[in-house]
Design a binder for this molecule. Structure first.
Ligand SMILES: Cc1ncc(COP(=O)(O)O)c(C=O)c1O
Length: 384
């Protein structure tokens, strides 16, 4: 791998112990102390409510970071969005992984069952009889019992069975030979970024409350299910109040991003309990215009959303970032604000953490100004 931050043998030894100013840009920098504070805060919030965590690795795509979440405590598992992510996490030693999207198509089902035969801590969601029958048949052939959760649609329409159909479907899944039903998943992605904290909380409590009702009914009927999993960073604190919720699938809380930081939080404050731990270091590569500079971070390095632009750190006022091609972006200082000089570094809080991380190979881990490690983003690009 050729990377300006790596030694000629591809190792990270050249940078470890050095000042982060020595990092070549654009690159992702992870502040270890902030990360640890975010992990501990979510663990403590969950513990205080008698809940477990099942953090979602789709955010960071990094098995080292998942292992740190596990080591921080309070985790019952780690979530993966896709089968290929689950393969890497399990191989890396994460004991329990839930795949939060249905695994469909014959070749993928075969791969899933082969993985479950090696790693009994693998679980997957189902939302269709046809898929459940395929999973059950493959599991029987492999001589294993596959642990599944029924995905309940929080009226978002992406995946999942409706609230009305969930109980019957779960009863049917529970009697399929080759499957073991562990419970329900209900993740309300469409609520996570509602600006108003009260509205976000009340809508999430109402929806998860309906999933909890189905869960209670199933248990009352004698089904031995024990998991009701859901929640994201935006609704986590409200969802802690749902008594039946067993664990929270929080993702972004570990590193945070501009999309979350711009939301309203409790008591009229911003959504700022979890602090941005991840930034993109960039460099001004051209400064020939009076009102903007060009930096080395474009679409290939920074996923951009106009409603939550990247936030330059340590530069007061409202800065504007504009996409300027695959390799470049342009930064407009606020009126009267000083323009960074040619060669100057600009550190940006990411607009949306997940898709930006997926563009990079490494997280450069720092404490204070010192680079202490580099973690491979080893789930990068694994979308199958
Ligand atoms: C199924 C599922 N669970 C949990 C999460 C984590 O959400 P957040 O990053 O908002 O915490 C996601 C994110 O998209 C998700 O798709």
């Amino acid at each position: 791998m050729m990377n300006g931050n790596l030694s000629s043998d591809g190792g990270v030894t050249d940078m470890r112990g050095r000042h982060r100013d020595g990092l070549d840009t654009p690159c992702l920098v992870l502040d270890l102390d902030r990360l640890d504070r975010n992990l501990a805060l979510m663990r403590d919030l969950a513990r205080g409510a008698g809940k477990m965590l099942r953090p979602h690795a789709k955010t960071h795509k990094c098995s080292r970071l998942a292992a740190r979440q596990w080591a921080t405590g309070g985790c019952v598992g780690i979530c993966a969005a896709k089968l290929a992510e689950a393969e890497v996490l399990l191989e890396a030693g994460i004991p329990e992984v839930l795949i939060t999207s249905p695994v469909v198509a014959a070749a993928r089902v075969a791969r899933l069952v082969a993985l479950a035969a090696r790693f009994p801590g693998l679980r997957v969601v189902v939302d269709a009889r046809e898929n459940a029958l395929a999973l059950a048949s493959a599991a029987r052939q492999a001589g294993i019992t596959l642990e599944v959760l029924v995905d309940v649609d929080p009226e978002m329409g992406r995946t999942g069975v409706s609230f009305a159909a969930a109980a019957d479907f779960a009863q049917w899944v529970a009697v399929q030979d080759g499957l073991r039903l562990r419970g329900l998943q209900c993740y309300a992605g469409h609520l996570q970024h509602i600006e108003n904290a009260e509205e976000r909380a009340s809508r999430s409590r109402a929806l998860l409350g309906r999933a909890a009702e189905v869960f209670r009914r199933l248990r009352a009927s004698g089904l031995p299910i024990d998991l009701l999993t859901g929640a994201g960073t935006g609704t986590a604190e409200a969802d802690l109040g749902i008594p039946d919720l067993s664990d929270l699938q929080v993702g972004s809380y570990c590193v945070m991003d501009a999309e979350y930081l711009k939301l309203g939080g409790a008591d009229g404050r911003r959504f700022d309990r979890f602090q941005p731990a991840l930034t993109l270091l960039s460099t001004v590569i051209s400064a020939n215009h009076a009102d903007f500079v060009t930096i080395d971070a474009g679409l290939k390095q920074l996923y951009f959303t106009p409603d939550a632009p990247p936030l330059p750190i340590g530069r007061p006022g409202t800065w504007r970032y504009e996409w300027f091609g695959d390799e470049h972006g342009r930064l407009f200082p606020p009126p009267g604000g000083a323009r960074p000089a040619l060669g100057e570094r600009v550190e940006l809080i990411l607009p949306h953490c997940d898709p930006t991380i997926n563009l990079h190979d490494l997280l450069w881990v720092t404490q204070g100004d010192t680079v202490v490690d580099a973690w491979e983003i080893d789930l990068r690009g694994l979308g199958q």
